[in-house]
Design a protein around this ligand. Structure first.
Ligand SMILES: Nc1ncnc2c1ncn2[C@@H]1O[C@H](COP(=O)(O)OP(=O)(O)O)[C@@H](O)[C@H]1O
Ligand SMILES: [Mg+2]
Length: 145
């Protein structure tokens, strides 16, 4: 039933917990997992700034992408000892939009993510990414609290 599972990860404990659920499920269902990280776009004013800032921005973007890839690579260790097919995907953009687009364009049939992430705001059950993804996804969504 669920053969392609998308697991968006932001480095938070809740997302890691979501991944452990995904790994158990994928092992039972012989599903394939994609670990996805979205580097949030920089604020627009940075893009229109003078050249000097343009260069600094390029360096920051490269560093953020590298950091994101390292983050995803660390999770691969959770797959040792089973033979689940896993790959990683990293992109820059608005996290919820990128997750929704990836799931739709590549026909994922389940998204598993945390209810909250790295966000600071306390007191809400859901963060903005989990909220938007659950409302607009093209496939079922499993939200881990
Ligand atoms: N930049 C991101 N890249 C990939 N996944 C993300 C990203 N941000 C959030 N997520 C996913 O969405 C879940 C909920 O995070 P979010 O809605 O941002 O809550 P919060 O407001 O607490 O940060 C996370 O546990 C993670 O699974
Ligand atoms: Mg967040």
């Amino acid at each position: 039933m669920y053969k392609k599972i998308l697991v968006p990860l932001d480095g938070s404990e809740r997302a890691r917990k979501a991944l452990s659920h995904a790994v158990e499920l994928a092992a039972k269902l012989a599903a394939k997992i994609t670990l996805m990280h979205v580097v949030p776009s920089l604020p627009p004013y940075v893009n229109t700034a003078v050249d000097r800032l343009g260069q600094a921005q390029q360096a920051i973007v490269e560093e953020l992408m590298k950091n994101g890839q390292e983050l995803l690579d660390q999770y691969i260790s959770m797959f040792s000892g089973n033979n689940i097919a896993v790959d990683t995907f990293i992109v820059m953009g608005q996290p919820a939009d990128e997750i929704l687009e990836k799931a739709r364009a590549e026909n994922y049939d389940l998204i598993i993510l945390g209810s909250r992430g790295l966000g600071e705001i306390k007191g809400y059950l859901m963060g903005s990414v989990s909220n938007r993804v659950s409302r607009h996804a093209s496939c079922p969504v499993l939200i881990i609290r």
